[in-house]
Design a protein around this ligand. Structure first.
Ligand SMILES: C[S@@+](CC[C@H](N)C(=O)[O-])C[C@H]1O[C@@H](n2cnc3c(N)ncnc32)[C@H](O)[C@@H]1O
Length: 247
């Protein structure tokens, strides 16, 4: 009886001291669980995919090149606050951390607990890194809290509305004068044989990916960002793109 009363009082006390705004817990989105459980959310996914040679094969030998193109764009912010939106298999984050300057800090977010755990396990030097479970389409960071933001092969894995919100969020949390860097799939030129090889692969395994062939990242910008400076380059016969938006 006494302990029951104590428990009630404690709960009341907690409620009284809690801030009026509390965030709902982060949950794995339904699209991710149903479409990509085999790649990201199942505990065995990490055992299969966390191999440098495999992520390189998935990108037809272009992983290091695309990684370094992204990291080169982030270089001017090496002593600032950087954000990596979503974990990436392989050594992407390790290489990013190696390029941080003495004042540099990196936030890495992912919505899947399996990926958060894997990032903690694989990253040796975490002294400048904060890893947190967040949904890219509704991040917890303040507006303009980062000097540069990287979104590496994430957009093609998202349904349209989630993709729009993610682009909006990446721009929101990046400071004026900062950069948002997207690296992702793109429609290859007609003479590129991968144009034909990739269609059955993407349509079977990655149901949202063809949106990156049929649309432009510019299409998914929020109205107040449509006039920002945007540079797009394509690689490997157009199969991949890097889009840099300067705020
Ligand atoms: C960056 S993407 C693809 C990267 C690349 N294919 C690779 O080799 O890892 C994969 C990550 O995005 C995460 N992800 C998917 N939807 C997300 C969301 N709404 N918010 C945060 N992370 C998300 C997945 O959990 C996964 O770890």
């Amino acid at each position: 009886m006494t302990s029951e009363k104590t428990a009630t009082l404690s709960a009341d006390a907690v409620m009284a001291s809690a801030p009026s705004f509390t965030r709902p817990p982060v949950t794995v989105p339904e699209y991710l669980e149903s479409t990509y459980w085999w790649a990201y959310t199942h505990p065995n996914a990490v055992k299969v995919f966390e191999r440098q040679w495999l992520v390189n094969l998935i990108l037809w030998g272009n992983f290091s090149r695309l990684r370094d193109l992204a990291l080169d764009e982030l270089a001017p912010a090496a002593n600032g606050n950087l954000l990596q939106v979503a974990c990436v298999y392989g050594n992407f984050t390790e290489k990013l951390v190696q390029r941080l300057g003495p004042q540099g800090r990196l936030n890495v977010i992912d919505v899947a607990p399996v990926q958060i755990k894997n990032m903690h396990a694989k990253l040796q030097d975490k002294s400048k890194v904060t890893i947190s479970q967040q949904d890219a389409s509704q991040m917890h960071f303040d507006d303009a809290s980062h000097d540069a933001t990287i979104v590496f092969f994430l957009l093609h894995e998202m349904p349209l509305e989630v993709r729009r919100k993610t682009v909006t969020e990446a721009l929101r949390v990046t400071k004026p004068g900062g950069k948002v860097v997207f690296v992702d799939y793109h429609r290859p030129v007609a003479t590129n044989p991968f144009r034909y090889i990739m269609v059955p692969i993407l349509t079977t395994l990655e149901p949202f990916a063809m949106d990156l062939w049929n649309g432009q990242i510019a299409d998914w910008l929020p109205p107040d960002c449509k006039n920002l400076r945007m540079e797009k380059e394509t690689y490997f016969g157009g199969l991949y793109q890097k889009v840099v938006i300067s705020k």
